[in-house]
Design a protein around this ligand. Structure first.
Ligand code: MF3
Ligand code: CO
Length: 282
């Protein structure tokens, strides 16, 4: 038996991971703190939370349609989550007043559900749900098309989904977070779109937002090392026009495109494994 195998036998799979992290650390690469590498027990808890979160998005997919208010979506999210023994993570998070973010057309993210906002034919809508179950957090979002959506907006939604998938593919063990951002940015810009820079993906699992920040732009071979046991989101916000955004001064939350053109977002949460990654939500 070789030294590596012996180490594995004595200390479990972690021995190899610690060794490789040390190798990168010596070469000046930023490595994740131990606190964001999940134990098998934590992974089981995060998985259970993610299962509810995904089922919730499926439930919303079955009810969302033209003519309903975004407040109706909020009520569905609250009722579904609570009836499954869980808590909606956005509710009262840093003062956020509702259980879900619903972002329509030129709203980039953090849209606050309202009785006054009615979904109309041609809208593109992001529903972003996050769940706390037995103390474990999960997070995901999808786009929904309301009625007849024009070809330009459908393409934006499609390419944004591809950006998320390409980012997931780049998030391999022992790669770098910059590889993820670079892959997403290249695909968005190749399609004539821009990447929002002010908001990013994030570690998630024991808290709503943990280290590291996962930027959706960047340079290959830079940024934190990606290590088995990490759980984080990839959630690119892609604009049809320019990348610049602003926050609604009235509510302090809603993020909008500066040029008023539409924006789309898809979000998944992944677990980095020793051989690749696993999509936990979606
Ligand atoms: N769900 C969002 C994310 O992807 C965060 C929303 S924060 C809230 O990180 F307070 F608006 F809910
Ligand atoms: Co998120």
């Amino acid at each position: 038996m070789g030294r590596k195998e012996q180490a594995k036998e004595m200390w479990g799979l972690d021995a190899g991971v610690e060794e490789r992290m040390a190798w990168f650390r010596r070469r000046g690469v930023r490595v994740p703190p131990r606190s964001i590498l999940r134990t098998p027990e934590q992974i089981a808890g995060i998985r259970a939370s993610a299962r509810i979160n995904t089922a919730l998005l499926d439930h919303i997919a079955g009810m969302i349609c033209e003519g309903i208010s975004t407040a109706q979506i909020d009520r569905e999210v609250y009722d579904y989550t609570v009836s499954h023994g869980a808590v909606p993570a956005p509710l009262h998070y840093e003062g956020f007043p509702k259980s879900v973010c619903v972002s329509v057309n030129d709203v980039v993210c953090h849209g606050i559900p309202s009785e006054r906002e009615i979904l109309r034919d041609g809208d593109i809508v992001n529903v972003d749900v996050s769940t706390i179950y037995e103390g474990y957090y999960s997070d995901a979002s999808r786009m929904f098309l309301i009625g007849n959506v024009d070809a330009a907006r459908r393409r934006l939604v499609e390419v944004t989904r591809e950006c998320m998938e390409i980012g997931i593919r780049a998030a391999q063990p022992w790669a770098r977070l910059g590889d993820v951002g670079a892959a997403i940015q290249a695909h968005a810009e190749r399609n004539g779109y821009s990447v929002v820079r002010e908001l990013c993906g994030h570690g998630v699992g024991l808290e709503f937002h943990e280290k590291p920040d996962v930027e959706h732009f960047g340079r290959k071979g830079t940024g934190m090392l990606i290590v088995p046991g990490m759980t984080f989101t990839i959630e690119p916000m892609i604009n049809m026009g320019r990348r610049h955004v602003f926050i609604d001064a009235e509510d302090g939350w809603t993020v909008l495109t500066e040029d008023g053109l539409p924006s789309a977002q898809w979000e998944s949460m992944i677990l980095i494994t020793e051989t690749g990654n696993e999509v936990l939500t979606q």
